[in-house]
Design a protein around this ligand. Structure first.
Ligand code: KG4
Ligand code: ZN
Length: 355
């Protein structure tokens, strides 16, 4: 049983997991706080994490107690920590001032309750979110290595080869913007707020001719597995410059759809190349953008072509940031006794990479 914390960006997230099972998943989202600024404001994020973290820890513990039918004397935390075996925390990549809040809280809990501390890379979390089992007791997904993982979030777009648990080889990554970031920027150019991915999905969903504007497919011809999305954003910018405001409004759904198609097809092209290069046809797709139903369908169709399989995070919990995915990674680290040797020295690594 592991209590995990993730404060890498704009969600204050605490979860309790038992193996791959999500026992409780508590979350305070700061989206409304940052929306008016069009993106995450670090100083606001830090303060909001500090103000909320204890409440979110308590909420996660309350949920554990009610699930396990345990009575509490004082706080839910006191009672919950009697059944928790370790504390895990995201130490990167992410916003330094935000990561610190979670790390400090995790150190405090580990010390006070004498539990081992486990440090987790947020991107490992997005990958392992695909292995989650939710409480409803759905049949256990079998884990069979090797896997190819595609991470598509607001900060990252990476293709990763996993030979076994907790071993990562980055095969390709974005050279500039991440896929989610590109969708966010496109939404902004079209006059919508942050986060833009869900807005683009909604606009595009009723469009029949999905690719009427034929935007470019960046890096399509290059032989490597890297991505690039900033040119795509520039292409949309110049296209909009040439259009009258009235015309843009009329075309907005088609513009959104064409942009989304260009991003997703780029993801598909490189993922297919990776399947061909490695011969691995079992896919894991994690990160905020995998909330998108079109993308899920495209990925399903891709693996079908190769008689492979694809796992996504359980939709209702885990496509965006959360701490349950950190707990699932921590479970495998616990089994290998990969604890932080000197907990007091654990520091945030804003540009942490998978290795
Ligand atoms: O993983 P995540 O919650 O945070 C990061 O670690 O970055 O990903 C956030 C990203 C944002 O760019 C957001 O626009 C995108 O995920 N996103 C979506 C959808 N929901 C969130 N993109 C496309 N379709 C969606 N439905
Ligand atoms: Zn994330």
């Amino acid at each position: 049983m592991i209590l995990s914390i993730d404060t890498s960006a704009d969600e204050t997230a605490v979860a309790i997991t038992e193996g791959r099972n999500i026992v409780s998943n508590a979350l305070y989202s700061q989206i409304l706080l940052h929306k008016q600024w069009g993106g995450i404001v670090p100083s606001l994020a830090k303060r909001a994490h500090q103000e909320r973290i204890d409440l979110v820890v308590e909420e996660a513990c309350e949920k554990l107690l009610s699930h396990k039918k345990i009575k509490k004397n004082k706080t839910a935390l006191e009672a919950a920590m009697k059944t928790v075996d370790a504390v895990a925390v995201t130490y990167g990549p992410g916003l330094a001032v935000a990561l610190e809040v979670g790390i400090d809280k995790a150190k405090e809990l580990a010390k006070k309750y004498k539990k081992p501390l486990i440090g987790v890379n947020h991107l490992e979390g997005h990958i392992y979110s695909c292995f989650a089992q939710n409480r409803s007791g759905n049949p256990k997904t079998k884990i069979e290595f090797p896997y190819l993982a595609l991470i598509v979030s607001g900060g990252h777009t990476e293709l990763v080869y996993l030979k076994d648990h907790l071993t990562y080889e980055i095969l390709g990554e974005t050279l500039d913007d991440a896929a989610g970031e590109a969708l966010d920027k496109a939404a902004k150019l079209l006059g919508f707020g942050y986060p833009g991915g869900p807005v683009i999905e909604r606009l595009a969903s009723s469009v029949k001719n999905k690719d009427s504007h034929g935007l470019p497919r960046p890096m399509k011809k290059s032989d490597n597995l890297d991505f690039s999305f900033s040119g795509l954003k520039t292409a949309l910018y110049y296209l909009l410059q040439k259009m009258e405001k009235k015309e843009i409004n009329k075309q907005v759904k088609h513009l959104a759809s064409s942009f989304q198609e260009a991003v997703f097809e780029s993801l598909l092209i490189k993922t297919e190349k990776a399947i061909k290069k490695t011969g691995v046809k079992r896919l894991l797709v994690g990160g905020g953008v995998v909330a998108n139903k079109h993308l899920r369908n495209y990925m399903r169709a891709l693996v079908k072509k190769y008689d492979g399989e694809v796992l996504f995070p359980p939709y209702q919990y885990l496509s965006g940031d959360n701490a349950a995915m950190i707990g699932i990674v921590a479970h495998y680290k616990f089994e290998k006794k990969q604890f932080v040797k000197k907990p007091e020295t654990l520091d945030r690594v804003p540009r942490l990479r998978l290795e």
